[in-house]
Design a protein around this ligand. Structure first.
Ligand code: PLP
Length: 375
């Protein structure tokens, strides 16, 4: 089996599995308890918080809130800013956000908010001029992802933050950085964002743990209300084992970054081989992309059926985003990019930092055979 669906999720590293087992077995005391075992649980959580801050290059005074996933982190941002600043009614997002942002903003749109969707061009570039035009005095929040899950296209977040601050110094900037962690350097202080969402299962921690970066000094209304956990920013008894796992996964990020640099060359070589088949489009190659992602479209050949045939031969790839794969609608990302109808049916190949040249060689052979058979 060759697993090439790492933007959907990654395998949990064995050292993390071992650490989780140890924490579940030996460190189960409630972190709110005041006896030594409780204080030890609390120490594990705070240590992980420091590790995440260090991974993101956050300031010591900034906050990291542990959540159940990045979908919750994204929802929490919308919920917080709309409740803390109810007088402002305008939100800006890109047209290619993950559904955890798009469906959330749809909800606010249906409940009295004006929403501006920033367009992208056929290469995936965001329309900065449109962004400038859309900023208003009552703009409350901008939510634009750092890297797209389907194409790997990286957005110029620092530039967008600077534009926002020039036209409206009070609006908040949130970035969904889920796909960027471990693949490209992420420096939250340099980017200048107010909020950032991350998800553990995209960098070898388990599913069910995420985090939200909240810049120091920002008012935050908790999405989950209740007890005083997470400095009062997210109620619920803390998942010590998974919070610990997230911290441990962050320690491997510098090594992941080095490995992904090498994988980028392998990915480019794979794309070159596949392009030579003719009538194949690799989406987003003209702009900055994640080093691990290829969105490959063969003219008039169904991505769904290719995905199933590849799976039968032992290769796991995705069509569109994983969250979209249960519906056969063309991807909203490719549609927003204006990709022609005959190329809308793509597959997404996403490498891990451990993918080998031999994995890709086998994939190229299998993919090429399937395409030739169809023509
Ligand atoms: N944002 C992006 C860009 C994603 O790719 C994903 C998952 O695929 C999410 C958010 C949701 O993450 P989670 O599964 O942790 O809710």
């Amino acid at each position: 089996m060759v697993y090439l669906d790492n933007n959907a999720t990654t395998a949990v590293n064995q050292n993390i599995v071992d650490y989780i087992t140890d924490l579940l077995t030996n460190k189960f005391a409630n972190a709110s308890a005041l006896y030594p075992a409780g204080i030890e649980s609390k120490r594990i959580i705070e240590n992980s918080r420091l590790q995440i801050k260090s991974m993101l290059k956050a300031d010591f005074k900034d906050d990291i809130v542990f959540t159940s996933c990045a979908s919750e982190s994204n929802n929490a941002v919308f919920s917080s800013v709309t409740r803390c600043f109810p007088e402002k009614k305008h939100i800006i997002v890109s047209a290619v956000e993950h559904l955890s942002v798009l469906n959330t903003v749809n909800y606010y749109q249906a409940n009295g908010y004006d929403v501006s969707y920033i367009k992208v061009d056929s290469d995936g570039n965001i329309d900065i001029e449109q962004f400038k035009r859309e900023i208003r005095a009552d703009t409350l929040l901008v939510s634009i992802m750092l890297a797209n899950n389907e194409t790997g296209v990286i957005f110029p977040i620092k530039e967008l933050v600077n534009v926002l601050r020039t036209y409206n110094s009070e609006a908040f900037f949130h970035t969904d950085a889920v796909q960027a962690i471990g693949k490209i350097p992420v420096d939250v202080s340099d980017l200048g964002v107010d909020f950032m969402s991350i998800s553990g299962h995209k960098f070898h921690a388990p599913k069910g743990i995420g985090a939200l970066f909240v810049k120091n000094g920002i008012d935050f209304c908790p999405f989950i209300m209740g007890g005083h956990q997470e400095h009062g920013l997210r109620a619920g008894t803390e998942n010590i084992a998974y919070i610990g796992a997230l911290g441990m996964a962050s320690l491997a990020v510098p090594q992941m970054l080095r490995e992904y640099k090498k994988r980028e060359k392998m990915r480019d070589w794979m794309e070159k081989c596949i392009s030579e088949l003719g009538d194949v489009e690799i989406i987003g190659t003209a702009v900055k992309r994640l080093p691990n992602t290829s969105n490959i479209s063969a003219k008039n050949i169904s991505g769904d059926s290719l995905m199933f045939e590849l799976a039968n031969k032992g290769f796991m790839v995705a069509t569109g985003s994983a969250c979209n794969s249960s519906c056969s609608e063309p991807s909203h990302v490719l549609k927003a990019m204006g990709i022609p109808e005959e190329f809308l049916n793509s597959i997404r190949v996403s490498l891990s930092e451990k993918t080998t040249a031999n994995d890709l060689k086998q994939f190229i052979e299998c993919y090429s055979k399937l395409i030739k058979k169809r023509r």
